[in-house]
Ligand binder design. Sequence first.
Ligand code: AMP
Ligand code: MG
Length: 502
Amino acid sequence: MKSAQDHKPPFTGPAFDNSYARLPGSFHARIEPTPVDRPSLIRLNRELAEALGLDAEALASPEGVEIMAGNRPAAGAEPVAMAYAGHQFANWVPQLGDGRALLLGEVIDRNGRRRDIQLKGSGPTPFSRGGDGRSSIGPVVREYIASEAMHALGIPTTRALAAIATGEHVERNQPEPGGILVRVADSHIRIGTFEYFARNGRPDSVRTLADYVIERHYPELADSEHAHLDFFSAVIERTAYLVAEWMRVGFIHGVMNTDNTSVVGETIDFGPFGWMDEFHPATVYSSIDRHGRYAFNQQPGIAHWNLARLGECLLPLFDAKGEAALEKANEVLKTFEERFERHFHRVLRSKLGLGGDRDGDIELAEDLLARMTDQRADMTLTFRRLGGLDASDGSGDGPVRELFDDPTSFDTWLVKWRERLGAETRSDGERRQAMRRTNPAFVLRNHLAQQAVDAAIDHLDFEPMHRLTEILVRPYDDQPGNEHYAHPPHPEQRVLKTFCGT
Ligand code: AMP
Ligand code: MG
């Protein structure tokens, strides 16, 4: 008897259902990916493939790789480059759009969730504005590792389904090997997508887009009397949560332009991002962020600013009368600060292992951060190791003390922390466990990302990428033998600048 395997039809790719492609023509440009020379698979995210209901073996096959490289059409795909605009460093740019990416289509995952599958680096589109539509392999490797690390940290983010080497070169400062990232997202709709229509005089399209986003991403709001206002409020809530979560793990997005800000609260667009080593609230890594607009501690304010831009786009949907619409928008917008604070205070308390909510908790956390700043303490290690300290016995304090230039500054703080722990209702073991779940041991430090990128660009060596990814998908485990991946860089390894992902 023949097994079912023998009757398997040739692999044609995922089963697509493309709701975005069914939106009016002004929302996108239909265009096929430009084939590449010799595509090869760098890495496939099998766990994600399974979750999407895709056949990982088939995706890894030569046919699967050709589909992901854009060399072979995927049955049912309707590739579109999405139109959007945006504020870049506060400057209005009326036309951006997917200049080096294509939305292949959407699939319904095993949980019934509709997910976008996008090729990034797939060739020029009508939105390329003179760019080559391609990506170097370096940013592909960086985004793959970073987005999977972010997901494993428990933070909403776009994901990486696969990284492909194109077998071609792209011209950057020097020729570099080309790559394609196969990216998965709940949505690729940005605040800039709304701005594209609102600021270019297309209020009807703003309504179409808003209704689409509500139906797809916020279905619980669809029947509300003021669904558009509720939608605005929901985006504010998710964005406030997201930024507080970034700050929990020391993440600096680096280029929080409105076109890089999701309307579903996912981390999107891993360009000149970085995870902090030494704690300093004003840390900036992005080489293009000369004035620190997107510094670590500026992120909540920038999120607020971006949300105000979204509110402006939605005004006509809030009320037909201009003044009333503005009033409604401002009522909702002003909740951002309080919502962010609520999330961020939860983050601070959890990082210190404080179960309850007592007066003085936030001051205690801020005091530690100030001492870490002055004493150049490593953010990730300080909190991780703090979680291992005993509530009363100070004999094991050494590993945290040594992270501070002047450990006596930390000692002073420790006395206050231990006093506060006395008021905890949980056992000390439970408190330590909880701290391990919120304070990662491993984050994608810049120097580690750089090592993986350099190996990929210089030698097409993807071992460092594989190794790093496997460590970072378990960020809260101790991982004996991998301790050096948890360590800050040696002085000569420090990477102080990160670059845009082109
Ligand atoms: P980003 O800095 O990644 O947010 O990109 C900003 C804009 O530039 C987006 O519209 C991108 O699609 C576009 N872009 C970036 N790199 C390229 C490229 N190599 N070719 C064409 N467009 C690009
Ligand atoms: Mg972008």
